[in-house]
Ligand binder design. Sequence first.
Ligand SMILES: [Zn+2]
Length: 240
Amino acid sequence: MGLLTNRVERSQIKPGDHIYTYRAIFAYSHHGIFVGGCKVVHFTPDRRNDEEFSNQSILLSSCPTFPDCGFKQRKSGVKISCLDCFLKNGSLHVFKYGVSNSVFIAQVRGGTCTTAPSDAPRSVIHRSMYLLQNGYRNYDVFSNNCEDFALYCKTGLLTLDRIGVGKSGQASSVVGALVSSPVQFFMPSFIGVATVTIGMYCMSRYANDIGVRSDVIKVAVEDLAVNLGWVSHEETNFSI
Ligand SMILES: [Zn+2]
C-alpha cells in the first residue's frame, strides 16, 4: 500500500468516513469527518473572528454554495464546511482503520491509517455533530490537531496524556473522574505516561498509534464535554 492508494473520488466516500486532503504541496494534511450532504466536520484552531460575533452564534459564510458553510460555535475550533471548502481544490483521501501492523509500519508517511478499528458511522457522526453543536474550546485534549479530532470521532479513544494532565485545571478534572470510574486499572500506565511523555508529541507513529498504545481509554463524547466543563449536566440529559 503506497502513499497515494488512499486517494478516492467523491462518489466513493460515505457518511462517517475520516477524510483528509494535503495542503501546501504535501507539507501537511487536513483531516475531517464526512457527515453526508456534502458536509465535513473538522477541527481548525482558527479563532480569528471570535471577537466579531460575540453576540452571534454563527459566522457569516464566504462560501459561494452553502450559506451555512463554515458554521461553528463561538470560541470553538470545530467547524462544518462543504466538501469544496474543505478540500480547497486538494485531492481527497480516506483515512484507513483497522489496518494490520505490517501495513501500518509500511506506510511511507504517517497520518494515513491506524490499527484501531472504527466505530459504526452513526457513532462517528454523533460525536462530530455533538462537538460541533456544543463547542470544542481551546483545550489541549486533541493537541489542537485536526487529525486527533477525527481519530477521536472515529474511535472514541483518547490517550491519557492527550487528556491534558498538568495542562489545565479543567482537564485535570477528567483524571479525577477517571480515577473514580471503572477504568482505574489503566492508572499504572497512566502514571508512567504522565511523568514521561507530557509535551513529547513527536514519537514514532507506531508507538503512538491508538490501536497499539495501552494507555488509551474510550470516552463518551457527552462525558468528555461534561468533565471538561464545556456543558452543564442538565444540557446533556437527552438520549439519541
Ligand atoms: Zn463551502
